[in-house]
Design a protein around this ligand. Structure first.
Ligand SMILES: Cc1ncc(COP(=O)(O)O)c(C=O)c1O
Length: 374
């Protein structure tokens, strides 16, 4: 490495250390899980593991190429048919991850003359998709319908894409999707909803928040990811057949990468089959834990609680140092709870983010809350 570059990298790393925001890779699998996105506990399901093993025998290990070359195989078609039926869409297109799906659709779909309007709290993968697209973009305040409508009216001569999440990954709060959808319909804007954190949790058997609200047919595209409640890896864009054909032809993050392995595709298919059988029960078990957490935290928290009906629960602990100290203490006691620090969230809004799962016992939840408030 050239000395100038080395000096630059070290300066930026030292800045992170000074801000108490230096990131490290650590194995936390020995701790009690209040951190992962495995909300329905499918990633640790022995029932799911058994069915994947049985169905994956004799499959090739790798996809061997892009989906447009040697990497496409029948099982991907089967998964896409299942996804379209499960999430109630005309068509589904599988990508290697939610990150790639967001990059793929946003960069391919919006033209230079178009406008992208997005919630200020959208995920980094959506920001990166916007950066890759030729369109101009503007944010509106978090869940601020009035501001969104003003922007829609002001730019009525343009083709507009509106980008939101159904459940926001940092606070776990829901978008006012019905109102947003109505506004988009009224102003002829194309709504794209990232359902990463509602997949498996809302709607029939986990079909998503748009399905729960009965608005799925009017949404331009929905992104469902498999790395969270589905317990596997990958993602899909749900929409029309025209959109699917367009993305196969123009979405570079789909075209220029090796497809998912047959084992991974089989895993997602098996997870969806399991949800069809047991999704309602699993969601109920998760909801009981969320209700328990909410009731208990409201009685006794000394921190500001960000109200959320989703598995993502946050307590504001201002300052990188304070929030890091609290999560270190919780980790020392055996609980995997992570700090969300500046610059990920604005200064003063640092928080601990507690993810609830089907595999968390009521006792573990109670003990965690007591430790937080000690
Ligand atoms: C809202 C949202 N969208 C997209 C992604 C990316 O999904 P994946 O992990 O499958 O790349 C995430 C994951 O962190 C997310 O929270």
């Amino acid at each position: 490495m050239n000395k100038i570059v080395e000096k630059r990298l070290l300066a930026l790393l030292n800045r992170r250390k000074a801000q108490k925001a230096f990131r490290r890779l650590e194995d936390s699998s020995h701790l009690i899980d209040f951190c992962s996105n495995d909300y329905l506990s499918l990633a640790r399901s022995s029932e799911l593991q058994k069915s994947i093993e049985e169905q994956s025998l004799n499959q090739p290990l790798g996809a061997t190429g892009s989906r447009l070359l040697s990497g496409h195989y029948n099982l991907l078609d089967t998964l896409e048919e299942k996804l379209a039926q499960f999430h109630q869409a005309e068509a589904a297109l599988v990508f290697n991850a939610g990150y790639n799906a967001n990059l793929g659709i946003i960069s391919a779909i919006a033209r230079r003359s178009d406008l992208i309007l997005h919630d200020e709290f959208i995920h980094a993968s959506i920001h990166d998709g916007i950066r890759l697209s030729a369109a101009t973009s503007q944010s509106f305040g978090h869940n601020n319908i009035a501001e969104l409508e003003t922007l829609l009216i002001k730019n009525s001569q343009k083709t507009i894409f509106v980008l939101v999440e159904s459940i926001y990954s940092m606070d776990g709060d829901a978008a006012p999707l019905r109102s947003i959808q109505k506004l988009c319909q009224k102003h002829d804007a194309n709504l794209i909803v990232d359902e990463a954190h509602s997949t498996g949790i809302y709607g029939k058997n986990g079909a998503g928040l748009c399905v729960e609200l009965g608005i799925e047919k009017t949404i331009f595209a929905r992104i469902h990811t498999f790395g969270k409640a589905i317990g596997t890896h990958g993602a899909a864009v749900l929409g029309s057949q025209i959109l699917k054909d367009y993305l196969i032809n123009y979405a570079r993050p789909l075209i220029y990468t090796t497809a998912l392995s047959p084992h991974t595709t089989q895993s997602s298919l098996a997870a969806y089959q399991l949800l069809e059988k047991k999704g309602a029960l699993y969601i109920q078990e998760l909801r009981e834990r969320i209700a328990y957490f909410q009731a208990s935290i409201c009685k006794q928290t000394k921190y500001t609680y960000i109200k959320s009906a989703s598995p993502i629960q946050c307590l504001i602990v201002p300052g990188n140092e304070a929030v890091t100290q609290l999560s270190a203490l919780l980790q020392k006691e055996g609980y995997d709870v992570r700090p969300i620090r500046t610059p990920t969230v604005p200064a003063g809004k640092e928080r601990i983010r507690i993810c609830l799962h089907r595999h968390n016992s009521f006792k573990e939840i109670e003990q965690l809350i007591q430790l937080i408030n000690k």
